[in-house]
Design a protein around this ligand. Structure first.
Ligand SMILES: [Zn+2]
Length: 325
């Protein structure tokens, strides 16, 4: 029996059930922690918002939530643990850093000048997977890797190589961020060349591209892909859901159902000064953690996608992914 680390400990993969593969109970762009005078962290409000969202998605049958928050963007395993304990939701947390342009690259840039960067990141990943994050004892279930628009920078490549080493040794799965859907084949090639099982790789945010030939080229690497930004429409290079749906339906009709997973990349609680959530909900009215169930799945069904295919994307593929098959 294969198991995957959740914030409450290892869980059998055949009990994961309906899974959202890329979401965030909390997220802050690096820099938020410098604005604590005007935006102090309200832990209680964050937990309350998390509990409300967990209950909402559970009503749609969701049993597992992959929290993809990178280490330097406010990752907080203790909060995730509290939400999991109080709701019964399986929460899988990540280890990894965000892409160079929107993450916090200065730290490992410096470290890589005083020693081998890949080795030092490997040590961090290995320690978190083996002993847990900081002193929480909570172990990540996935590595989160990210690259830039049109490039995997030298800085980003260090994380790919380090994660590949630990994935080979400990079987930890890898989920990625592609910026505007770019560099999917290159991410897959890099990880596979480093020895990672393609079936343990999920190339994320791939729905940022609406080029069907490109999407098929990623799938032909043998990896999983995720249409994991439903509801983020028309902003920062993101296509409208209708265009993503056209691609998704085309791929489902072309025999790729067994390699596709779904999510929203929803941010449930923004770290830093208040106000972001209000603006976001005005600009992106469909971006909510129930959008898939309320709006997208009905449209898929209308297009002829079967209940079986939807179950494959939400239940069977996440299980297979964590089993590496
Ligand atoms: Zn994300």
């Amino acid at each position: 029996m294969t198991k995957v680390n959740t914030v409450l400990g290892p869980v059998a993969t055949d009990t994961l059930g309906k899974t959202l593969m890329h979401e965030h109970f909390l997220f802050g762009y690096p820099g938020w922690s410098g604005d604590v005078t005007l935006g102090p962290f309200d832990r209680d409000a964050c937990i309350k918002a998390g509990l409300e969202t967990a209950e909402k998605i559970k009503k749609h049958g969701v049993a597992t939530f992959v929290d993809a928050t990178p280490n330097e963007c406010g990752r907080d395993p203790a909060i995730l643990k509290e939400i999991a304990e109080k709701t019964g939701l399986n929460i899988i947390c990540a280890s990894g850093y965000y892409f160079e342009g929107e993450g916090a690259p200065a730290y490992f840039h410096l470290r890589s000048q005083i020693g081998d960067g890949v080795s030092q990141i490997y040590e961090m990943f290995k320690k978190e997977v083996t002993d847990g994050i900081a002193k929480t004892g909570i172990r990540p279930g996935v590595f989160k890797l990210a690259s830039s628009k049109g490039a995997i920078t030298h800085y980003e490549e260090m994380f790919f190589k380090a994660a590949a080493r630990v994935s080979k040794e400990d079987g930890i799965n890898i989920i990625t961020h592609t910026q505007e859907g770019t560099m999917g084949p290159e991410q897959a090639d890099l990880l596979i060349a480093e020895g990672v099982n393609p079936k343990k790789i999920m190339i994320g945010h791939i729905g940022g591209s609406t080029d069907i030939d490109y999407l098929m080229r990623v799938l032909e690497k043998g990896v999983y892909i995720a249409f994991d930004r439903f509801g983020i429409e028309g902003l920062a290079g993101a296509p409208k859901d209708q265009r993503r749906l056209a691609c998704l339906i085309g791929l489902l009709g072309s025999g790729f159902t067994g390699q596709i997973m779904l999510s929203h990349d929803f941010v449930n609680f923004w770290l830093g000064r208040p106000g972001v959530a209000d603006i976001v909900s005005l600009v992106l009215p469909n971006w909510k953690p129930t959008h898939l169930f309320e709006n997208i799945i009905p449209l898929l069904k209308k297009a002829g996608v079967t209940d079986g295919q939807i179950n494959t994307m939400l239940v069977e593929n996440p299980q297979k992914f964590f089993e590496g098959v």
